[in-house]
Each structure stands twice: as structure tokens, then as C-alpha cells.
Write a protein that binds this ligand. Sequence first.
Ligand code: SF4
Length: 352
Amino acid sequence: MEESERRARLVEWFDAGHRDLPWRRTGDPWAIWVSEIMLQQTRAASVVPYWTRFLERFPTPAALAEAPLDDLLGLWAGLGYYARARNLYRGAQQVVALHGGVVPREREAFAALAGVGPYTAGAVLSIAFGQPEPLLDGNVIRVFTRWDRIAADPKAPATQATLWARARALADGPVPGTLNQALMELGATLCTPRAPSCLLCPVRAGCAAAAAGDAELYPRKAAKAVRPREVYVAGLVVDDAGVWLARRPDTGLLAGLWELPAVAGDAPGALAALGLHAEGEGREITHVFTHRHWTLHTYAATGRPSGGDYTDFRQVPLKALDDAGLTGPALKALHAWAVTGAPRRRGAGRHR
Ligand code: SF4
């Protein structure tokens, strides 16, 4: 199938009935940028309420740049992958400092902003500004490797070069933003990892894997990473004034977020290192990060926490927990102990 025909079919299919997502109804580059950052690790349906609340609170890069980081982290609680939020914050500050608060439309300037990788640059520049910029995400990689039955590791540099060249050639036509969205939509709705709906696919005639009947073999699966396991004991100190929380260091995993005071170990006596005394039976929480696995033995405790690697401690009223910038494991622990006021952690999946 010719590139021009493939392009035309994709755009026609997308225009005929794509999912109605709110960021598709705007041309505002800031709103689109925010949506693309949120969508990187989270499903579209989960992103909608976060995106809506975020833009009500921070309608412009300047509104975010002027706000305290904790306001942003509180709004982000439950979305996970907090490095995205911190980068967006820095990116907004750079837009204000370097570009007068206006999202730059030149590729070099936009791609230089914090947290803007090749994917985000391609998405925002093509969708918001109509520029013929390519993009590649997990969905698009799946589509491309199936079209050409690419059996090589999609993460290998040579394969990446091939895939980017493919994306560039496709985007180099009319309505590149629609074309890029159509590609991602195809991967999210029809060209799914399992049981792709090839019979409904607008570009089936040009798909080698569909012709061979082996689409599910692509892309090649990467070997699963072994996640190191870490074990902590955490103390839940709660009274009429609220829950004691500890602020994590400003760098590293979950930087700057608040959690129940915890130390490495699995015996309740380890909490003495933080000035706490555990009482009664513990409750176990597990949490899986991209690169590690946590087991958290949580105990009701007494005392006033101090010490450890924490940068701060504070007692937060239950009704203020919603805006406290809690870690995911802390949310789980509060729910395990039925501490009311803790926000629900919403499901986060990979990709759209
Ligand atoms: S024909 Fe099937 S495998 Fe090929 S792009 Fe379409 S949905 Fe994916």
C-alpha cells in the first residue's frame, strides 16, 4: 500500500469516529502538552478527571509556574510517576522565563523544555501546531512492527531508527496531527496487544502481519525485568489532630512526597529509630513500582516521629489528606487502616 493511501485511510477512519476525549476538542498547546504528559503512563479514561481539574487550577504555564510544587503534587496524587509532574512544573517555569509564558512552536525550543522527549515534542508540535513532526509510542510501535513484521527488538537502536523513519515518512503529509492521533488511536482500539481487530482495520490491506495471521507475535516481547524487593516497617500515628506524615528526600524515588514514617526492616521494634512505638497486629501492604517491589509492614503507633532520611514531619487533619501529596503506598496504607479522608488511588495502566 502506498504511503499516501495509508495516510488517507487512517485520517478518514479517525475522522469518522474517534473516541471523544476532551483534549481532542482544544487547540491550546498547553492543554495538549499536559494531556500528553499524563497519558504517557496512564489510560485515557483515568486521565480525563485529572486533566480537567489540572486545567481548571492551572489554565496556563504561568499559573503552574507560580504555584507551590505541593499544589501540583496534591493534584497529581493517584496518577503516579511523579517525575512527570516535576518535569512539567520545571517546563512551565522555563516557558515563563524563556518564552514570555507562551508555549514555543519551534521544535528546537519546545524539545529543550524539561520533560519533553521526542514523543512529547512530536505529539504537541503536530497536534497543536500542525507541524509534520513524527511520534512513536508503545501503540505506534505495535502498529509499525505489525505492518512490516519487524521481529527485531523494538528498543534496539537500529530498530528505533527504522521505526522513527517510518513515523517521519507518514507524518510528512497533510494534517500530521490527525495522522499521528489516528496511529495512536489505531493501536489503542483495534491494533491491541491481544486479539487485534484486523477485520475492522482501515489499513489491513497493507499489513504484513494481518496477511500472515500472526499479528500477536509483534512487537517482540522484552525479557521481564527482575524487580528488587525492599521491606519497610511504617507507623500510623493518628489522633484527633490528624495523621503524622513524613516528607521524603528531595531527590530519588517519590521525591518530596509525604508518607507514613517508615524505616527499612520488618520488625515493629525498628520504628524506635523514628521515635515511635508500635502497638498490636500489623497490616501488610505491597506496592509494585516500575523498577522495584515494596512490602510495607504497617503498625498503629504512638510517639512523635523524627529522624531517618526525612526532610520534614507534619500532622495532617484527615479532611486535608486529599491535598497532602501522598505517595501511592501511603494511600494504600491509609485505606488498609480505614483512615477516612484519604483520596482513592485511581487505576493507572501503561499507555492509553
Ligand atoms: S491489520 Fe491488524 S495487525 Fe495490522 S495494523 Fe490493522 S489491526 Fe494491526
